[in-house]
Write a protein that binds this ligand. Sequence first.
Ligand code: NAG
Ligand code: NAG
Length: 403
Amino acid sequence: MGTKSLCLLLASVLVAYYVYTPVPETIEERWKLMLINAGFRTVAHVAEFAEWLGLVHYMEVLMMITSIEYTAPISDENVTVTDTKFNNVPVRLYVPRKQSSGLKRAVIYIHGGGWCVGGSAMEPYDLLSRWTANELNAVVISIEYRLAPMYHFPVQFEDVYAVVKFFLQNSVLAQYEVDPNRICISGDSAGGNLAAAVAQQLLDDAEVKAKLKIQALLYPALQTLDLDLPSYKDNENKPILPKSLMVRFWSEYFTTDVSLKEAMASNRHVPAESSHLFRFVNWSNLLPEKFKKDHVYASPIYGSSRLGKKYPGFLDPRAAPLLADDTKLFGLPVTYVLTCQHDVLRDDGIMYVSRLRKVGIEVIHDHIEDAIHGALIFITSPTDLALGHRVANKYIKWLNMNL
Ligand SMILES: *[C@@H]1O[C@H](CO)[C@@H](O)[C@H](O)[C@H]1NC(C)=O
Ligand SMILES: *[C@@H]1O[C@H](CO)[C@@H](O)[C@H](O)[C@H]1NC(C)=O
């Protein structure tokens, strides 16, 4: 064998080794997903390296990559798209052109990206909002909230809350010809977290008269307490959200101080004074048997009270909606929860389903066996997956029938 072919062989083995990630057999388009994931991992490695060199913050590299996908607000034959501000927070607004006799429905959408990256202008989010506006003949408000590491909790929450509160005023609803009884709040991943948190907070806000009809939580992140749930253990290295990145997102939401990240990575970040909160995320009670598999519930290990005092945000239900007391859950709207089997956040969603059902909230739970986290962002070429289209269709169809 010549040197050239040997080099070629070695190079292909290395590439194959790099690209290969164990993707469950049941997932369609496995190789395409592996390639996409290799792309994600490369970006992560570059970000780590650049950060290690002291050049930029890790999240800034991720942000640069996602910003490539930004699109201008371009109207099409069905939907008028504009970038504007509600209560000083930027939003991308989608108004259907079709003339309708009665009032329209509305969907408030909050994009994912771990509170650190992403944007309503990103191609997949822009497309999802167009589809929603078009299919439902609904007004869609996609929120451009501020992100970490520049801004930490509660800025993200407050930006979203400010927009929702502004939109829910009777005069604003009337201006957009929206039916006050047919409004939904939706979000995926970190956006699902913000949607759930805002829906809870609205219940206590006497100034808001219009009520949400529905909340749709798409593979949401809902709790900071136990980062060793069965789903975290089973899916530690699954595409596209490994546990290490989720821990980084969570800690970055509150602070850039690495001590919180390190404590979270070893699941020893909750101070003993907050032990009473663990009952809200006790998977031993809240997960159906099929998700527990052979995992054994272990009592929490507590961390220093210093972290809890310094960054109380991670114990706040506005950041972790699963930490809300049962009495706070009464009165929530009909809830749609979509969870993915191969996702570290799977059990967050499932535990919220259990908790809401226990207090009598109507919950529709779509669990997708052959799905990974972030499925909805894979709807645009060249990174589109049949899975992304299937999940988007499922969600929009449900909305159309129930909003
Ligand atoms: C406009 O709506 C029609 C009917 O739903 C659809 O076939 C068409 O593709 C839409 N146009 C765009 C640009 O999305
Ligand atoms: C979690 O639930 C299990 C089983 O019901 C129970 O034994 C354990 O004490 C609970 N732990 C906490 C912290 O609530």
